[in-house]
Write a protein that binds this ligand. Structure first.
Ligand SMILES: Nc1ncnc2c1ncn2[C@@H]1O[C@H](COP(=O)(O)OP(=O)(O)O)[C@@H](O)[C@H]1O
Ligand SMILES: [Mg+2]
Length: 228
């Protein structure tokens, strides 16, 4: 059986709303196997982004715990949590957000500079990551010269350039048509098979499920079997 890289244990997240409270997550336990593609599906508003934010330590749960391998991330102090996130986690978002006046190559290098990697090592990793997402031939293109799917692949290269162990992708295909969305998920599959990456992505698109190793469905604040 595969090792679990990440586990959540009975995550509850309540938000204050007006004078009452709204329980967004009502005790969510999931396990993410290493070297696989795990999909968290659910309708808009079902709490997918909230759960990802809790997993990455950007938000704290009201109750429950998050484990990365054997370490409890929810018990880390803020500084340690930030360091852990910067080293181990890569992020891909729904809207691609490449810097528009930088080429694909410069966007990836810029991400690495923020992570403290410069010079020859930065150029080497940038070349390698753009090749991994099939964008090495377009490294000099500006974002406006690339399709939405190609831009998202550059964003994936940027997200993995610092060598994270877990890639969190929040609806990475939502703004793409199905064919381009599948290209992006194919890139995830290649990263998993060739680089041993682990990917946790959210989606509400049923087309993306076939490529997943593990699927969790979030509905009414909890994990349910089958469709929501
Ligand atoms: N910071 C917040 N304060 C209050 N309500 C929030 C906050 N963040 C999310 N919510 C609510 O939690 C629910 C789930 O949101 P979200 O996690 O963004 O869902 P999804 O990503 O599945 O669309 C929504 O009803 C949203 O309005
Ligand atoms: Mg969301």
């Amino acid at each position: 059986m595969a090792e679990m890289i990440l586990r959540t244990e009975n995550i509850v997240r309540r938000f204050r709303s007006g004078d009452g409270e709204f329980t967004c997550l009502k005790g969510v336990s999931i396990a993410v196997p290493e070297h696989g593609l795990t999909v968290l599906r659910g309708r808009s508003g079902s709490g997918k982004t909230t759960l990802l934010n809790i997993i990455s330590g950007l938000d704290a749960p009201t109750e429950g715990r998050v484990f990365f391998r054997d370490e409890e991330v929810t018990a880390f102090r803020a500084g340690k949590r930030d360091l852990w996130r910067r080293e181990k986690i890569g992020f891909v978002f729904q809207s691609v957000a490449l810097v528009p006046d930088m080429s694909a190559r410069e966007n990836v290098e810029y991400g690495l500079r923020i992570a403290g990697v410069r010079g020859r090592e930065s150029r080497r990793r940038t070349r390698e990551c753009l090749a991994l997402v099939g964008m090495d031939k377009r490294a000099g293109h500006m974002p406006s010269q690339l399709s939405g799917g190609e831009q998202q692949r550059v964003a994936v290269a940027r997200a993995i350039a610092h060598g994270p162990e877990l890639l969190l992708a929040d609806e990475p295909t939502a703004e793409l048509d199905t064919a381009m969305g599948i290209q992006v998920v194919d890139v995830f599959r290649r990263l998993i098979e060739e680089q041993g990456m682990t990917v946790l992505m959210t989606t509400h698109d049923p087309h993306m499920l076939e490529l997943a190793d593990t699927v969790y469905t979030l509905s009414d604040g909890g994990i349910v079997d089958g469709d929501d």
